[in-house]
Design a binder for this molecule. Structure first.
Ligand code: UD1
Ligand code: MG
Length: 463
C-alpha cells in the first residue's frame, strides 16, 4: 500500500509559529500519531515490502521534515512539497512520483491524529483491488464537511459544504477525507481535476464522480467512533482531542484492572505498563516508557518519566522521577526527586526533599530527609541522615562518593568526593568528610564543643 499524509495546510487558527501538524497530543506531534498508525497498518498488511509513505508538507516546511526524519530515521518516509496549497487534490498530486501503481493508495490527514488502525482495516476490507473506498460517517451536525451524495443507495459523488444545494446540505453522511484508491486510476483522475468550484481549489473529492463515470465501484466504511475523524484547527480542538485521547487511555487501564482514583485526572504521554493491582491517585503524568510492577501505588501529583518501579513499592505524593529504577517494596516520597541513573534496590526508603542522581542504593538503605545524593554508590542497609550532601562537583569535574554496606552517615554531613566510607563506618553528625572514613570506626570532623563560663548576653543600651 502507498500512504499519502496531507500536512501542508497552514493552521492559521492555531495562532502559533509552530506548524500545525507538529502541535502535540499526548506529547507527540499530530502528524506522528498518523505516521505511527500508518506504519502499524503497513506492518500488519501482507505486502509491506511495497509500502511507501509520503508526507505532503508546505507551511512550516523544513521543520516538519526535520522533526519527522529525526523521529523515524529508519522508516522510508518520503516528502513532497506542496507550494502553493491549491486544495486536497492538488496535495495528493505532489505525491504521484512516489506512488507504486501496483498497490492501492491510502490518503490520511496529518491533522486527524486519532484514527484507529481498526477503522483503516475496515476501509481496506470494504474495498477490493479495483474499488474506491471512502471512510464516511453519519453526523447529527455535518456542517462544514463534504456530503456523500447517494442515488439508490450507491455513492455517486461528494459535494463540499460551500458548493452544496439546500437539499444536499441536509445529508448527514459526511466525507471524513480518508480514502483508499486504486493508484493507476487515481493518477488518471487527479490529472483531470478542475478547480471550478466555490473555493477555487482542486478537490480530491471530485475523483468520486470520476470513478462512478468510469464504472469503478465506490464503497464506504465507517470508523468505530466519531472522535477518530476529528481534526485539529485550533487550540480548543487540540485540547479537546487531548482529553479524548487521555480518557481512552484511562479506560484501557481500568479495563486491564488498574485502579485510577479519577480517570479524568491522569495523563499518559508514552507507554505505561502496569502489573496487577496497581493504584494511581489523581493528577499523575507518565511520560515515555514507564513500567509499574504488581501492587505499586502512586500518590497524587507525581510526574514519572522513563522509569521502572518494581512490585509492592509505594510512591507518595508529589514525586518527580526521570530515568530511574526503583526496586520492590521501596517507599519513596512525598516530594522526592529521582534523576537519571537513580537505581534503588529493594526496600530502599527515600523521603521528602531528597534528590538522587546517578547513584545506586543497595537493599534496605534509607535517606529519609533533605539530602542530595549525586554520583556514587551506596551499599545495603546504609542510613543517610537528614541534610547529607554528596559534594560531587568542583565547578568543573564530577567525582564519586562510595558508601559501603551498613555505614551510618550522621545528619548534616558533607561527603566531599572522591571519598569512600568503609563498611560499618559511622560518620558523626556535621562532618565534612574530605578523606576516606575507615570501615567500622567513628569518623568525625566537627570542632570540639566548648562552653564559655560567665558569658553575658548583650543587653539593649538605654536611650
Ligand atoms: C476536506 C474534504 C471534505 C471533508 C473534510 C473532512 C476536500 C475537497 N474536502 O475538506 O470533503 O469532509 O476534509 O475534514 O477534500 N491540505 C493540504 N493541502 C491543501 C489543502 C489541504 O495538505 O492544499 C491538507 C490540510 O492540511 C488538512 C487536509 O488536507 O490536513 C484537509 O484540508 P482541509 O482544508 O481541512 O479540508 P476541508 O476543506 O475541510
Ligand atoms: Mg479547506
Amino acid at each position: 500500500m502507498n500512504v499519502v499524509i496531507l500536512a501542508a495546510g497552514m493552521g492559521k487558527r492555531m495562532q502559533s509559529s509552530l506548524p500545525k501538524v507538529l502541535h502535540p497530543v499526548a506529547g507527540k506531534p499530530l502528524v506522528m500519531h498518523v505516521i505511527d498508525t500508518a506504519l502499524s497498518l503497513l506492518a500488519s498488511s501482507d505486502n509491506s515490502a511495497a509500502a511507501r509513505l509520503c508526507v505532503i508538507y508546505g507551511h512550516g516546511g523544513d521543520l516538519v521534515t526535520e522533526r519527522i526524519q529525526q523521529t523515524y530515521p529508519d522508516a522510508k518516509v518520503q516528502f513532497a512539497l506542496q507550494q502553493p496549497q491549491l486544495g486536497t487534490g492538488h496535495a495528493v498530486m505532489q505525491a504521484l512520483p512516489y506512488l507504486d501503481d501496483s498497490v492501492p493508495t491510502l490518503v490520511l490527514y496529518g491533522d486527524v491524529p486519532l484514527t484507529s488502525r481498526t477503522s483503516l482495516q475496515a476501509l481496506q476490507a470494504a474495498s477490493s483491488a479495483d474499488a474506491l473506498a471512502i471512510l464516511t460517517m453519519n453526523l447529527p451536525d455535518p456542517s462544514g464537511l463534504g456530503r456523500i451524495v447517494r442515488e439508490n443507495g450507491q455513492i455517486t459523488r461528494i459535494v463540499e459544504h460551500k458548493d452544496a444545494t439546500p437539499a444536499e446540505l441536509a445529508i448527514q453522511e459526511i466525507n471524513t477525507g480518508i480514502m483508499l484508491a486504486p493508484t493507476k486510476h487515481l493518477k488518471r483522475w487527479l490529472s483531470a481535476l478542475k478547480n471550478d468550484n466555490a473555493q477555487g481549489e482542486y478537490y480530491l473529492t471530485d475523483i468520486v464522480g470520476m470513478a462512478v463515470a468510469d464504472g469503478i465501484p465506490v464503497v464506504a466504511a465507517q470508523p468505530r467512533a466519531a472522535w477518530e475523524i476529528l481534526g485539529v484547527n485550533s487550540k480548543l480542538q487540540l485540547a479537546e482531542l487531548e482529553r479524548i485521547y487521555q480518557r481512552n487511555r484511562a479506560n484501557a487501564l481500568l479495563e486491564q484492572g488498574v485502579s485510577l482514583l479519577d480517570p479524568a485526572r491522569i495523563d499518559i504521554r508514552g507507554n505505561l505498563r502496569c502489573g496487577r493491582d496497581v493504584s494511581i491517585d489523581v493528577n499523575c503524568v507518565f511520560e515515555g516508557e514507564v513500567e509499574l510492577g504488581d501492587g505499586v501505588t502512586i500518590g497524587a501529583n507525581c510526574v514519572i518519566k522513563n522509569s521502572r518501579i518494581a512490585a509492592g513499592t509505594s510512591v507518595h505524593p508529589f514525586c518527580h522521577f526521570e530515568n530511574a529504577e526503583v526496586g520492590s517494596k521501596a517507599i519513596v516520597g512525598p516530594y522526592a526527586r529521582l534523576r537519571p541513573g537513580a537505581v534503588l534496590a529493594e526496600q530502599v526508603h527515600i523521603g521528602n526533599f531528597v534528590e538522587v542522581k546517578n547513584v545506586t542504593m543497595g537493599v534496605g538503605s534509607k535517606a529519609n530527609h533533605l539530602a542530595y545524593l549525586g554520583d556514587g554508590s551506596v551499599g545495603a542497609r546504609v542510613n543517610i541522615g537528614a541534610g547529607t550532601i554528596f559534594c560531587n562537583y568542583d565547578g568543573v569535574n564530577k567525582f564519586r562518593t562510595v558508601i559501603e554496606d551498613d555505614a551510618f552517615i550522621g545528619s548534616d554531613s558533607q561527603l566531599v568526593a572522591p571519598v569512600t566510607v568503609g563498611a560499618g563506618a559511622t560518620v558523626g553528625a556535621g562532618t565534612t568528610l574530605t578523606r576516606n572514613a575507615p570501615a567500622g570506626k567513628l569518623t568525625i570532623s566537627r570542632a570540639q564543643q566548648i562552653t564559655i563560663e560567665n558569658w553575658q548576653r548583650p543587653v539593649k543600651k538605654p536611650k
